[in-house]
Design a protein around this ligand. Structure first.
Ligand code: KG4
Ligand code: ZN
Length: 352
């Protein structure tokens, strides 16, 4: 009876999540235990977290564990220790309950999230592009079916969200409850001192953009350029407000310029290969940046003046690592009866 609820566990990195999702895309429970909060509360790590998270998810959904029809888990890629804990929790649960088991690819789950979160008519149609920009990922993916994906661009160094965080801290920007990356965006938007003190005391240089015509990201050059400028001028505390503002805005411009350029390049690549892309999904924490949203809108209009390209922004809570996306990604395999063995091994390194 695959009409179906799943208990997946997502544990590719620091957080532990458990969700219960139906095959018609209803999220009955979605629990995410952030590792830093867990540390504060218990001083503990995953092995202690997963069982509690399973219990909490069942309570949220008001279900007994025997009511679920299958168990999915994150098989890889990710950190061996974290994957191992999630996988043994899921395998034990599935074996004890005699339920089918499916191991999921973490990146495929990210790529399929918009099908879970955006119901028709917004639901993207294959083939679509996904730009996944978070603290841990900077990826441009082409999804051509529920099981076929291609990574068009990734970063060999830092993720764009992480660099937003670091630059925000380097500049000692005012605190935001949404985190340091969002604080940087807010700081750029604030124009209160623009009129009062229009000129920065030090001229802010143009920061490096993307490597031209290469389908790949890189943010460490931009990161070091900001760091060099700040250090050469006495550190973040020493910069006057207009200089800080000019630097923050130039950083945001350069970072976003790289993202929009690569999305356009990826889109054109797909078109050359014969894929008629009509939707671009933008997900991950950085997708909430309104300057990025506006720039992407302009870019896609330029890239495809005749056929409108829809930009889709799934809700941030489901773009961050979570178990609901793992459950959802497992669904086609559960429905096809394509299960894994209870002895299945994790795959810390696993191409998409
Ligand atoms: O997907 P996410 O919530 O979590 C993980 O990466 O796990 O992404 C968080 C990242 C952080 O690095 C944060 O700096 C960035 O998203 N971020 C932003 C904004 N809001 C969050 N970056 C730029 N502008 C924002 N408004
Ligand atoms: Zn992820």
């Amino acid at each position: 009876r695959y009409t179906t609820e799943r208990i997946p566990t997502e544990s590719s990195a620091d957080d532990t999540g458990v969700a219960i999702v139906t095959s018609d895309a209803k999220i009955l429970a979605n629990v995410v235990k952030k590792q830093h909060l867990v540390h504060e509360n218990y001083g503990g790590i995953h092995p202690y977290v997963a069982p509690g998270a399973v219990k909490e998810a069942l309570e949220q959904a008001n279900m007994r564990v025997t009511d679920v029809d299958g168990i999915a888990f994150t098989r890889g890629p990710g950190m061996t220790g974290c994957l191992g804990i999630g996988s043994s929790a899921a395998r034990t649960l599935a074996a004890a309950l005699s339920k089918p088991l499916v191991g999921v690819h973490h990146m495929q789950a990210h790529a399929l999230t918009p099908l879970l979160t955006s119901p028709p008519p917004e639901r993207p149609q294959f083939p679509f592009l996904t730009l996944l920009v978070s603290g841990g990922h900077t990826l441009l993916l082409l999804a051509t079916s529920v099981s076929e994906f291609r990574i068009l661009a990734s970063t060999p160094d830092e993720a764009v969200g992480r660099v937003f965080d670091k630059v925000s801290r380097m500049l000692c920007l005012p605190w935001s409850k949404l985190g340091p990356g969002a604080a940087l965006e807010e700081f750029c938007l604030d124009s209160t001192d623009d009129a009062a003190a229009p000129t920065p005391s030090v001229e802010v240089p143009t920061l490096p953009g993307a490597m031209p015509s290469i389908l790949g990201f890189s943010f460490s050059g931009l990161h070091s350029a900001v760091e060099r400028f700040v250090t050469a001028n006495g550190g973040g505390e020493a910069l006057d407000m207009p200089t800080k503002r000019a630097l923050a805005r130039e950083f945001q411009r350069a970072a976003v310029a790289q993202l929009e350029e690569k999305v356009q390049l990826g889109f054109e690549f797909c078109r050359r290969k014969g894929f008629q892309v009509r939707h671009v999904v933008v997900s991950g924490g950085v997708a909430s940046n309104s300057y990025l949203r506006e720039r992407l809108r302009i870019r896609m209009e330029q890239a495809s003046p005749d056929v409108p390209i829809a930009l889709v922004f799934p809700p941030p809570a489901l773009c961050t690592d979570n178990a609901a996306m793992i459950a959802w990604a497992s669904m086609p395999r559960f429905l096809a009866g394509d299960f894994d063995d209870y002895s299945i091994a994790i795959r810390p390194k696993w191409s998409i």
